[in-house]
Each structure stands twice: as structure tokens, then as C-alpha cells.
Design a protein around this ligand. Structure first.
Ligand code: AMP
Length: 425
């Protein structure tokens, strides 16, 4: 657990003792690179933009600076009940929930009140909590704007602003909401602002230039970027070998907890059915799984009830899963960025992990971009016959009838699946 940790201790910083106590108890002693680099800057009251993926410890990096700022600037305490002193925006509810969870642990002795607001569920519960007054408001842009426009809170006393996974928020179309909210905060020179993003692309630095106060840039060294503790390998199976190879590798490697990434929802469902049919307790996380279900599936995966998670990129965005031993790219992702994002699910904050990719007939051409992006060659592995096992048949998926089209057929009947839908090139 020390590969990605530096020699810098949290205790070395001039941090409020109440925070140190919380960090200590939560097991934070040595800083990760992004923490070691960004905390000294933000503690000094200077804005920071940081290039860092999930798993690098960026949450604690901004949370420590944020909480310390609130604890050591008592004049900001003169806020009213409906005025949070910090706003933390994240792209997905899963990430917001995770940030909140980390904040609860780190801030255990600070007395700071945390609020959480994300879309989909718990509308009234969240609103009531906000009405009680919070110091730190964490949430997704849509729900936050909703409450803001209803005047549940205002941002006049918001002296700390954090944008987490800013590039994802762009991708998900939140940028106008974000601009709207930032403009309601105190001027850039009257607040501490921090922005984190997997890449500091042009659109991100421009946003930072407009809405932040001459932020310092922090990037973690290249070798941390694809997490040097991840052992990466790549196989070149024929399309019809992909399932036998996946099952063969699972049998051989016996992953304790793995994620299988798929490019499309339809194939994700198929792979899920094969894994279930072959005895792997699997959770399926595709874009149209209702969000309540997503959360309970994710919790069960975290608790070990499922050993395998089949996910598409859309569904996996912002997910926070500690200690995944293996990431399988059943389909190669389209971009290097997605590749890094996917394999970053393993080897989190120092644990080691494996990332195994299939360059199949359909997606093999993505490999050039990926290797260029990560600036390294991924080790080729031969598809040997002992790795290809003869699978048990997949389970039959229950197809839910489409809501508005009543079916005339017998209820509950399984439609036979057309095996030849997989067009081969
Ligand atoms: P993050 O990148 O913020 O999502 O953090 C990834 C995981 O690493 C979280 O579970 C953190 O609790 C953990 N973590 C982050 N920083 C440290 C640290 N300095 N020491 C130990 N664990 C850490």
C-alpha cells in the first residue's frame, strides 16, 4: 500500500489538529503524489488545477485544503443557515456519494456539517437537510441548480469551490450549469478554488482561466498516470473466441473482484449472461439500469456479493470501487483516455492490479491510439488453446416488455435469441 505514497506526511503540513486526527483515524499518513503536490499550494490559499484520475487520492487532496480553509478562516463562519461555505461539484452521484463518505471520515472531528445533493432520488430528504444548513455542499450540478433556483440556499458565502472530474462534467453536458453556479459565488479572489480533471485539456484550462484566480497547475508524474503497478497485457482473439478466452482467463487467474468493460449495452447483456451461466456471480451495470438498482448493485459488488461487474463506460463513469484485482477490456475502448480511466479501476492508491485487454476483429484498430496515449507498448500474449475453455451455455435473460407496447404473446415466455446478430467482418 506504499507504492504510490510519497515521503510527505499529512502531519508535516500546517493543518488544523482536528483534521489531522480524522486523517489519522481514517488511515491517511503519507501523501499520494497529487496530495503532496497540491496541498501545500491550496493550504496557502492559492487556487489549484490538478491533473489526476480517480484512485490517485485527489479527494483527500482537495478535502484537506477545503476543511482547513473553513476551520482557519473564522470570519467566514458568519454565514447564514442557507449559505453553504463550500460547494463541491462532481459529475455523477456515485462520485458525489464517495466524496461525501471520504469527507465524513476525514472531517470526523471538525464539526463541519456536510450536505449531499444528487439527482434521481431522495429529493425531499436532501432538501430538508439543506434547509437545516450545511457547511460543505457536495453534489451533482443538476440537482444543485434545482435547489438553488428554489432558493433553498444561496452561494454568497461560498468561499471554497471544488470542481471534481471536470472533464467528465464537460462530457456529460454540465458546463452551462457549472458556469451558472460559479457566477453566483463570491469573486475568484475571494474564494479558494480547486479543479481536478483526468486531463488538463484546453477547454479545462480555459474554464480555469476565466473562473479561477491564477491557479497553479499540478500534474502527477507520467509513471503514475497509467499506474505503474498495473500489469497490462493484450490478447488478439477472433470474435468467437472472446467468450471462451474471458472464461478461460477467469478460470486461470481467479480474480477476487473484477470489472469487465464492454463498449455496447447489448454485448454487455450477452457477456453478463455467459458469466452467470458459467457460475460467476455478476452484476450488470449498463446505462439503462435504473439508478436505484445501480446503487444497490454497486453496493453488493463492493460487499463481495458479486465477484464480477460487467459495465459500459457510460454506466461506469465516476464509479468508485476500491481494490479491484482485474480489469478486463472485453472490447478495447475507443480512446487512450478511456483506457486509462478503465484500467485505473485497479491498482488504486498503491494496491497492484491487472488490466487485460482483448483486441478483437472489431476493435483492434484502437490499439494504436491507446499505446500512443499511454506512451508504452502493452505486452502481447498468445491466445493458446488451453486458455479457450468450452463454456456452459449462457443464462436466458428476461426481456422486460417495452412499457407502451402491450405484447400479445404469453407472459413470461422467453424469446429465443438470434445467435447470428453478431455480424463478423
Ligand atoms: P481517490 O483518488 O480520492 O478516489 O482515492 C482513492 C482511495 O485511496 C480512497 O479509498 C482513499 O481513501 C484512499 N487514499 C487516498 N489517499 C490516501 C493516502 N494518502 N493514504 C491512504 N489511503 C489513501
Amino acid at each position: 500500500m506504499n507504492h504510490h505514497l510519497t515521503q510527505t506526511r499529512f502531519k508535516d503540513f500546517d493543518i488544523d489538529p482536528r483534521l489531522i486526527k480524522g486523517l489519522d483515524e481514517a488511515g491517511y499518513e503519507f501523501c499520494t503524489p497529487i496530495q503532496a503536490q497540491s496541498i501545500p499550494i491550496s493550504l496557502g490559499g492559492k487556487d489549484v488545477i490538478g491533473e489526476a484520475q480517480t484512485g490517485t487520492g485527489k479527494t483527500a487532496a482537495f478535502m484537506v485544503a477545503c476543511m482547513n480553509h473553513l476551520l482557519t478562516n473564522p470570519e467566514h463562519e458568519k454565514h447564514q443557515k442557507n449559505q453553504p461555505r463550500t460547494l463541491i461539484l462532481a459529475p455523477t452521484r456515485e462520485l458525489a456519494i464517495q466524496i461525501h463518505k471520504d469527507a465524513v471520515a476525514i472531517g470526523k472531528y471538525t464539526g463541519l456539517v456536510l450536505g449531499l445533493a444528487y439527482g434521481g432520488t431522495d429529493y425531499d430528504k436532501q432538501r430538508r437537510a439543506l434547509e437545516q444548513g450545511v457547511d460543505i455542499l457536495i453534489g451533482t450540478p443538476g440537482r444543485i441548480i434545482d435547489f438553488f433556483k428554489q432558493k433553498i440556499f444561496n452561494l454568497k458565502a461560498c468561499h471554497v469551490l471544488v470542481l471534481d472530474e471536470a472533464d467528465r462534467m464537460f462530457d456529460l453536458g454540465f458546463i452551462d450549469d457549472i458556469r451558472y453556479l460559479i457566477k453566483r459565488c463570491p469573486e475568484p479572489d475571494k474564494r479558494l478554488s480547486m479543479l481536478f480533471s483526468a486531463t488538463l485539456s484546453h477547454r479545462i484550462t480555459e474554464l480555469a482561466y476565466v473562473y479561477m484566480n491564477e491557479p497553479a497547475e499540478v500534474r502527477i508524474e507520467a509513471e503514475y498516470r497509467t499506474a505503474d503497478k498495473i500489469e497490462q497485457s493484450i490478447y488478439y482473439p477472433a470474435n468467437e473466441e472472446k467468450i471462451p478466452l474471458l472464461l478461460g482467463l477467469m478460470k486461470k487467474l481467479k480474480p477476487t473482484r473484477s470489472i469487465v468493460f464492454i463498449n455496447t449495452k447489448r454485448v454487455a447483456e450477452k457477456v453478463y449472461a455467459w458469466l452467470e451461466g458459467n457460475g460467476y456471480k455478476t452484476a450488470l451495470l449498463s446505462g439503462d439500469v435504473p439508478q436505484r438498482k445501480r446503487q444497490s448493485l454497486l453496493k453488493k459488488f463492493k460487499d463481495g456479493e458479486y465477484s464480477t461487474l460487467v459495465a459500459t463506460d457510460v454506466a461506469a463513469r465516476g464509479l468508485h470501487i476500491p481494490e479491484v484485482s482485474h480489469v478486463f477490456n472485453f472490447d478495447l475502448p475507443q480512446s487512450g483516455e478511456d483506457y486509462v480511466h478503465r484500467i485505473g479501476r485497479t491498482a488504486r492508491a498503491g494496491a497492484s492490479g491487472f488490466a487485460i485487454s482483448f483486441a478483437c476483429e472489431d476493435f483492434a484498430h484502437y490499439i494504436m491510439d491507446i499505446e500512443e496515449y499511454i506512451d508504452q507498448k502493452i505486452g502481447r500474449q498468445p491466445v493458446t488453446s488451453d486458455l479457450l475453455i468450452k463454456p456452459e451455455p449462457p443464462i436466458k435473460l428476461e426481456r422486460k416488455p417495452k412499457p407502451k407496447r402491450p405484447r400479445s404473446g404469453k407472459p413470461g415466455g422467453n424469446r429465443s435469441q438470434n445467435r447470428n446478430t453478431n455480424h463478423r467482418r
